[in-house]
Write a protein that binds this ligand. Structure first.
Ligand SMILES: NC(=O)c1ccc[n+]([C@@H]2O[C@H](COP(=O)([O-])OP(=O)(O)OC[C@H]3O[C@@H](n4cnc5c(N)ncnc54)[C@H](OP(=O)(O)O)[C@@H]3O)[C@@H](O)[C@H]2O)c1
Length: 347
């Protein structure tokens, strides 16, 4: 088998570092890696695969020397500029940003759901939004069996989803709380100082922010719009009725989602639970008598999607409520991207 050459773009970021970790675990037949970031991190040393790599600055000539694959996790602007350059030189880009997700010529892939679309790429494959990935892994087997009529998403998203600056805001909020030694000032709302914020408009410590990405003219956020449009594209259900409310919560890692689903067809609840149990990379954690349900702290470090609190929605004819949790940095970004590369290599 051929030995491949792969570029990790954004190797110093939250997603990029996890991409490196997942690559170390997967042991793919890749003989050469090059790690890229911006000029800020150029020259930085990273231990990877048992040796020291020097981070290189990404430039227009970075892809001149025969790469097979590149995993981009460096923001939309970087992807828009450099992914087409890489693709024009024969490199297949798996892009973690939202830059190309809704382009009709760019497959939007979750390997458990629509791997057959990978072959339709023209050099760029998009990795969906983290909150969409975990949702569609759980929804695909249910759509196949009972046909989904409508979805209501309500998300509880971890700060790691906002990158290193999101993590920094929560860390600094905790430090400020610990230093104040005055719980009541936080209960009463007199938070002393918010100068430390680098990512969110308000402290994420002690708050749930109903605001992820920018607001659109229709009152939704871009994150909500992404969940709606990307779900439709991945499930190949362009007219599916979906609404979403996405919320950032003071959790370091792993997104939780309440998903309310209405089906066209009736279902038996035990049969639905078995359908989920048999689904690809789904772990059902649903034993309320023993207080078992998915939690961020269980999902951290895993690539599976955890589903629990599975119960009928009695307000409609054929509805169900699900609680879906997954590691947004692994399955929601890094692992999904590496799985796509794995499929490209082995299929
Ligand atoms: N976090 C998540 O859950 C998640 C999930 C899905 C998708 N994503 C997407 O993945 C991407 C990275 O997110 P993140 O959370 O890892 O962000 P992050 O922690 O802020 O890291 C950003 C990375 O991009 C690099 N970068 C920035 N500008 C660059 C440039 N001009 N050229 C080359 N590299 C550049 C940074 O390098 P320096 O060290 O040089 O600054 C850093 O390595 C974003 O597009 C994000 O939307 C994130």
């Amino acid at each position: 088998m051929k030995n491949y050459k792969l570029a990790v773009v954004g190797a110093t970021g939250v997603v990029g570092r996890t991409v490196l970790k997942v690559l170390e675990e997967k042991k793919l037949p890749i003989s050469e890696y090059v790690l890229f970031a911006s000029s800020r991190s150029c020259g930085k040393k990273i231990n990877f695969m048992g040796k020291e790599y020097i981070v290189q600055e990404l430039t227009e000539h970075s892809f001149d020397e025969g790469f097979d694959f590149a995993i981009f996790s460096a923001g939309g602007d970087t992807s828009k500029k450099y992914s087409p350059i890489a693709a024009s030189k024969g490199c297949i880009v798996v892009d973690n940003s939202s830059a190309f997700r809704m382009d009709k010529d760019v497959p939007l892939i979750v390997p458990e759901v629509n791997p057959e679309e990978i072959k339709n790429n023209h050099g760029i494959i998009a990795n969906p939004n983290c909150s969409t990935i975990q949702a569609v892994v759980a929804l695909k087997p249910l759509d196949d069996k009972y046909k989904i009529k409508r979805i209501v998403y309500s998300t509880y998203q971890a700060v790691s989803g906002a990158g290193s600056k999101g993590i920094e805001d929560l860390e600094n909020g905790i430090t400020q709380f610990s230093a104040s030694k005055n719980v009541m000032s936080f209960v009463e709302g007199n938070v002393p100082n918010t100068d430390y914020l680098v990512k969110f408009p308000y402290p994420i410590f002690n708050n749930c922010l109903p605001h992820i990405d920018v607001f659109l003219d229709n009152g939704y956020t871009k994150e909500e719009e992404k969940m709606i449009n990307e779900t439709r594209k991945i499930l190949k259900r362009p007219d599916l009725k979906i609404t979403a409310t996405t919320v950032r919560v003071p959790v370091f890692n792993s997104h939780s989602e309440s998903i309310n689903v209405e089906f066209e067809n009736d279902f038996d609840l035990d049969d639905l639970k078995n359908t989920l149990k048999e689904g690809c990379n789904i772990i059902v954690q649903d034993d309320i008598n023993n207080t078992i349900y998915p939690l961020s702290s269980f999902a951290n470090g895993h690539d599976e999607v955890f589903v629990g609190r599975i119960r009928r929605d009695y307000s409609v004819d054929y509805g169900v409520n699900l609680w879906v949790v997954a590691d947004n940095i692994r399955k929601g970004a890094a692992s999904n991207a590496v799985q796509i590369v794995e499929k490209l290599i082995y299929s």
